[in-house]
Structure formats: structure tokens, C-alpha cells
Design a protein around this ligand. Structure first.
Ligand code: ZN
Length: 310
């Protein structure tokens, strides 16, 4: 059985930067590549396997035809999406719906719970997480009257922080941030505000009605969304979150780590450094999946990874 490596899908966007080309050396990345979908079976970026028996096959096809590699889980589509985001400019202020809302209003099986590991950000940076409206009426008024400075909450963050964003949370990544995002496999996003930015001469559409529908009021995000990874154990899997959709770990390898693959599947992304997993070489920017029943794996080298499963 192989550990499967993926060819990422790259996305050029208005707010994208050049790190995915210059630091991660992804083939085809340019000056405004904002997202690298490293592990994805989503229809808007279905990643291909690049080694072994299933080389050339998309992750969605592999999930459809070889469910045994995924521990025979029953989700109708491969449930997770892992991406690296490099923002040169601010992203729109947005909110995501939950599973129940998308089933009623969108043609998509999953809502979007997501989490971010901050790989890089400016000194004294903040992210937009949450809002100050006390009632849905006040929320609607502040949105209709363009009072965004008053509406949004700013959360101070630093490199190495980890943040869980549940559906209904107003949020935005800002320019200067590089993050590893683990999320439900969904791209349903409601844009609350886009800083009056013009794209090809016009403002991108806002989803005011849907936003007012799905934003949690009063806000429940608060500081409880944030986990600091400072001082976490080296050469160990450190659990960052376990929620109903995923489990995510940070692992900093200094010498070696033995991992028992007891999960339906285990996803990995190398954020920095290089090393090996069993007989496979690993380097910064690699994304891979260790299938169900693979057995024990040994990570060696000097590198930082984010791992996840359902
Ligand atoms: Zn989001």
C-alpha cells in the first residue's frame, strides 16, 4: 500500500500573493495565487494522485471507487479540504452556513466549519472574528448602514496560533497572513462586506440576506476560538481540535515520531522543513494521505506538519 501524494489545485484571486510560487515552489503558481488546495476532492478543485497504483486518479474518484482506503466511511463525498492560503490583501468579511442551511438553500452536501493554523503574519496582527451586534435587528441595521468598523470584532493573533471558525461566525483573513486551513469540503461563502473594492471595475456581489440569516447573534466566537501552540511538545502529535467534522494535530519533528495509523485516513501537509515518512521523502508544501490500515508510520527529519482526519 502507498502513501498517496497529491498534485495541488491553485487558485488565482484578487487578494493573492506570490509566496505559493516563491516559497512553496508550486508549479504554475504566479503573482496572485491566493490558494493551494492541497488535499481536495471538491468539484472546483479535484486533486490528482501523483504516485503509486492510483497515479493520475482524482481524489473524488478514489473516494468513490476505493472506499476501503478511507476506512469505509459513509459521507457522500470526501468530507475534508486542506488548503494553504497566502493573502497579500485583505479577504472579504464573510460567513459560512452550516449543514442544515446548505441542505435547504444550496446544492451542496456540506456546510463549512473551518480552522486555521497561522503559518505567518505581521507583528501585532489582528483577524476579524465575530461581531458586536446584540440583536438580529441591530446586525441588519449595521450591515444596511455600512457600519462595519463598529460591527466587527478584531482578535489579536500571532504566528503559531490556531483558530476554529464555526458556521455563523463573521470572519476575515487579512493581508500578510499565510495559513493552513482544514475545512469541510464546501466552498459556500456569504460575503458580508468587501471594503468597496473594485474587481474588473465593479464591486463583487454581497450576500446580505443570507449573511443576516446565518450570522450567530449574539456573537459566540470570542477568544474561545483561539489556541496557542507555543510550548507544545516536539516529536509528538498535539491535538488542536476535535469537533464533529474533523480532528487536527500539529506535529513538529526534531528527530522522529512513530504514529499508529488507527484513523479512517490521515492527511498531512508539510508547512516547513523536510524529512521522511517511512520510505517517502517529504518537503515543504507536500500534501499526502496515509490510507486506512496502513499500519505504523515513522516521521523523521526536521519539519513542521499539520495532520488531520475525520
Ligand atoms: Zn471562511
Amino acid at each position: 500500500m502507498d502513501i498517496l501524494f497529491f498534485d495541488p489545485c491553485l487558485k488565482d484571486v484578487v487578494w493573492g500573493g506570490n509566496k505559493l510560487r516563491d516559497e512553496f515552489h508550486y508549479e504554475g503558481a504566479g503573482d496572485s495565487t491566493g490558494e493551494c488546495w492541497g488535499i481536495s476532492a471538491h468539484k472546483n478543485g479535484d486533486g490528482k494522485i501523483k504516485n503509486g497504483t492510483y497515479s493520475g486518479m482524482t481524489l473524488s474518484a478514489l473516494y468513490r471507487d476505493h472506499r476501503e482506503l478511507f476506512g469505509n466511511i459513509t459521507a457522500e463525498e470526501f468530507p475534508l479540504l486542506v488548503k494553504i492560503i497566502d493573502a497579500k490583501a485583505d479577504l472579504s468579511i464573510q460567513v459560512h452556513p452550516d449543514d442544515a442551511y446548505v441542505k435547504e438553500h444550496e446544492d451542496c452536501p456540506f456546510g463549512k466549519t473551518e480552522c486555521w493554523y497561522i503559518m505567518d503574519c505581521p507583528e501585532n496582527a489582528t483577524l476579524v472574528i465575530g461581531h458586536h451586534a446584540k440583536t438580529r435587528q441591530e446586525l441588519a441595521d449595521m450591515i444596511h448602514e455600512d457600519r462595519y468598523e463598529e460591527l466587527i470584532k478584531q482578535l489579536p493573533v500571532k504566528k503559531g496560533d490556531f483558530i476554529q471558525i464555526v458556521p455563523g461566525t463573521v470572519h476575515a483573513i487579512k493581508g500578510g497572513f499565510t495559513i493552513l486551513e482544514t475545512q469541510q469540503s464546501s466552498d459556500i461563502t456569504y460575503r458580508v462586506y468587501d471594503y468597496k473594492r473594485l474587481v474588473d471595475g465593479k464591486e463583487r456581489p454581497l450576500h446580505v440576506k443570507q449573511s443576516i440569516d446565518v450570522i450567530t447573534v449574539p456573537d459566540e466566537s470570542g477568544e474561545k476560538a483561539l489556541v496557542s501552540t507555543e510550548g507544545m511538545k516536539k516529536d509528538a502529535m498535539n491535538l488542536l481540535i476535535a469537533c464533529e467534522f474533523y480532528k487536527v494535530w500539529k506535529m513538529e519533528v526534531e528527530t522522529s515520531v512513530n504514529v499508529e495509523q488507527k484513523y479512517p485516513f490521515l492527511l498531512g501537509s508539510v508547512l516547513d522543513g523536510c524529512g521522511r515518512v517511512n520510505e517517502y521523502e517529504l518537503k515543504k508544501g507536500d500534501h499526502f494521505m496515509i490510507p486506512s490500515d496502513y499500519g505504523n508510520v515513522k516521521f523523521e527529519g526536521n519539519m513542521e506538519l499539520i495532520l488531520s482526519t475525520v
